[in-house]
Design a protein around this ligand. Structure first.
Ligand SMILES: [Zn+2]
Length: 119
């Protein structure tokens, strides 16, 4: 679990449902409908850690449909969730990273918002 791994690195945070609005910590990274919340002074470190975790995991990803390893981690166009996040950001005066990313197989076109299981 991402949060647990961050805590091992000294980052304090918690998970929050996507549709709950908070007034203090900032929204950082949407993970399958759950937002991982961290405090602002640890944000940069947390992002670096998340990226390195995802990079390591991604290299081992295999497409569940065609078994290809050409699974890309790409940015998806803005959606309603991101608009809402942007609004919350404006209201509460902090900032958010609201980029939604998906995993896409470049061979068969399979898409997933979460890391495909390496079955
Ligand atoms: Zn595929």
């Amino acid at each position: 679990m991402m949060l647990q791994r961050l805590e091992e690195e000294g980052i304090k945070g918690y998970l929050q449902d996507e549709y709950t609005v908070t007034i203090d910590p900032i929204l950082t990274n949407a993970i399958g409908g759950i937002k991982l919340m961290v405090y602002k002074d640890q944000l940069e470190r947390a992002i670096q850690l998340i990226e390195s975790f995802e990079q390591a995991y991604k290299e081992a990803v295999v497409c569940p449909q065609c078994r290809s390893t050409n699974v890309l981690y790409i940015t998806q166009p803005n959606n309603v969730t991101n608009w809402f996040t942007a609004l919350a950001t404006w209201i509460f005066g902090s900032y958010a990273i609201s980029v939604k990313k998906i995993y896409k197989c470049s061979d068969c076109g399979y898409e997933s918002t979460t890391l495909p299981e390496n079955a």
